[in-house]
Design a protein around this ligand. Structure first.
Ligand SMILES: NC(=O)C1=CN([C@@H]2O[C@H](COP(=O)(O)OP(=O)(O)OC[C@H]3O[C@@H](n4cnc5c(N)ncnc54)[C@H](O)[C@@H]3O)[C@@H](O)[C@H]2O)C=CC1
Ligand SMILES: O=C([O-])CC(=O)C(=O)O
Length: 320
């Protein structure tokens, strides 16, 4: 049986970490595509040499030729620029939109059957633009943010309740920006809803509010500490979880930016919602019943994404 082929478009900090995880988890072979071909080739060699020690046989190839992604089962897109301290994700829009155009056309020509996971920021507008430029079916193009934001939320909750992260479930919905919506009422410790845990005296609403706030600012906290670039380990792990669910038809229910056509009262846009990922890509969008406050916050987040889409349309007439 042929190995899975995973095209990593962008071989920077996240791209390299993705390739390492592809090898360590024996998910298949990977192509590391980057406009900077030599660093991509160097990273690929270094990673394959780590495979000698770790015992994985993935073929990892650096390239700047889109023809090398032909036949990819999955494309994970990190091409573009990350933010620096003092910037918002939205400040990346203009430069990364141009990158999405080149990448979308490359995927359209060379890997039209792939399941595409976009990571490039500002995420919800970029995955929308990438889908438009690539012309791939909507159910085969998704954005990674919710798994990462929920991972941060879960970590902070696990630390507060002093339990294993394995037993904490949580959702962050909406756009991947300051308006994201961590949903406390759907967060649990081993199935016990967080609001019940507060009633039981395990924590307080004030502490939960602080965790929600820290989650919303989780990317910026790391940008501030790194000083030159943004998070890459957890973003890579998050995208690999999504790719794994697709490749193995695991049907995991994960929050991700998906194309809405009526769900949550919205159409014609990408935003973070719970989805089931299986062999066909987005198998299902799950419409959970949000409480009044979460519903209001989700609306604010949707509006913020729409503003970014409008900005993209102004910058590139073909998106009109
Ligand atoms: N959705 C999410 O949750 C997250 C999104 N991000 C975003 O992911 C993106 C990548 O982050 P990093 O890997 O840390 O950045 P990086 O700067 O380390 O890597 C980006 C790579 O893209 C390459 N590139 C630029 N233009 C290209 C093009 N036209 N075609 C192919 N490659 C191109 C660059 O040469 C560079 O190697 C950023 O936009 C960042 O904001 C980062 C963390 C989380
Ligand atoms: O904060 C950033 O710029 C990168 C990102 O999206 C995240 O880590 O959530």
């Amino acid at each position: 049986m042929a190995r899975n082929k995973i095209a990593l478009i962008g071989a920077g900090m996240i791209g390299g970490t993705l390739a390492h995880l592809v090898g360590l988890k024996e998910l298949g072979d990977a192509v590391l595509f980057d406009i900077a071909a030599d660093p991509a080739k160097g990273k690929s060699l270094d990673l394959m040499q780590s495979g000698t020690v770790e015992g994985f046989d993935s073929d990892l190839k650096g390239t700047d030729d889109y023809a090398d992604i032909a036949g990819a089962d999955v494309c994970i897109v990190t091409a573009g620029v990350p933010r620096k301290p003092g910037m918002s994700r939205d400040d990346l829009l203009e430069i990364n939109l141009k990158v999405m155009k080149a990448v979308g056309e490359g995927i359209k020509t060379h890997a039209p059957d792939a399941f595409v996971i976009c990571i490039t920021n500002p995420l919800d507008a970029m995955v929308w633009a990438l889908r438009e430029f690539s012309g791939l079916p909507h159910e085969k193009v998704v954005g990674m943010a919710g798994v990462l934001d929920s991972a941060r939320f879960r970590l902070f909750l696990a630390q507060e309740f002093n339990v294993s992260v394995e037993d904490v479930t949580a959702f962050v919905l909406g756009g991947h920006g300051d308006t994201m919506v961590p949903v406390l009422e759907y967060s649990t410790v081993a199935g016990i809803p967080v609001p019940d845990l507060i009633k039981m005296g395990w924590s307080t609403q004030e502490k939960m509010d602080a965790i929600v706030d820290r989650t919303r600012k989780g990317g910026g906290e790391i940008v501030g500490l790194l000083g030159n670039g943004s998070a890459y380990y957890a973003p890579a792990s998050s995208a690999i979880a999504m790719a794994d669910s697709y490749l193995k038809d695991k049907r995991r229910l994960l929050p991700a930016a998906a194309w809405l056509s009526g769900e949550y009262g919205e159409s014609g846009m990408y935003v973070g919602v719970p989805i089931v990922i299986g062999q066909n890509g987005v198998e299902k969008i799950v419409e959970i019943d949000l409480g009044d406050e979460a519903k209001k916050n989700f609306g604010v987040s949707v509006d913020a994404v729409k503003e970014l889409m409008d900005a993209c349309k102004k910058l590139d007439g073909s998106l009109g």
